[in-house]
Write a protein that binds this ligand. Structure first.
Ligand code: HEC
Length: 132
């Protein structure tokens, strides 16, 4: 009797977990699609570019392995931000520009020009808009 009850409980817990996982997956897929539409970039290529251009050395970035930098701010919630780096109105084109040329926006910023080009900057912007 107790065993049957335990089994039922386990099954219910399993189902709840599966449902939560499914909901998370759907949310994530939706966020990726919206971010890619907004920027014209590719989220997965953006994740790789964040490593290739050393962004991870200065920034902590959710969902990016080994991105634990503490020099700049955590790159999260960009989607909901009003300003980028406190100076540029937050639009996809402005974010793509900032990623390439922070010094042209704010010569005093500690963020360097990393040499990232417009195509990879677009991918990175897609990634940053896809995370919470
Ligand atoms: C040498 C350290 C350093 C590197 C490398 C670096 N950043 Fe930054 N980044 C900063 C700092 C410091 C700031 C804060 C700038 C400010 O507010 O003036 C910043 C700000 C930002 C912001 C604005 C964040 C906000 O909260 O508004 C974004 C987006 C950003 N960086 C993306 C990147 C990307 C993408 C790369 C790689 C291509 C990169 N950074 C490389 C130091 C760095």
């Amino acid at each position: 009797m107790i065993r049957a009850l335990l089994l039922i409980l386990l099954a219910a817990a399993g189902l709840a977990l599966a449902a939560a996982g499914l909901a998370w997956n759907i949310d994530r897929r939706e966020a990726v699609r919206t971010a890619q539409e907004l920027t014209g970039g590719n989220v997965e290529k953006g994740r790789k570019a964040l490593h290739a251009y050393g962004c991870v050395a200065c920034h902590t970035i959710p969902g990016v392995r080994l991105a634990r930098g503490k020099v700049g701010p955590r790159l999260e919630g960009l989607r909901e931000r009003v300003y980028i780096a406190g100076v540029l109105p937050n639009t996809p084109e402005n974010l793509i520009w900032w990623i390439q040329h922070p010094q042209s926006v704010d010569p005093k910023t500690a963020m360097p020009e990393t040499g990232i080009g417009p195509v990879d900057a677009r991918h990175v912007a897609a990634y940053l808009y896809s995370i919470d």
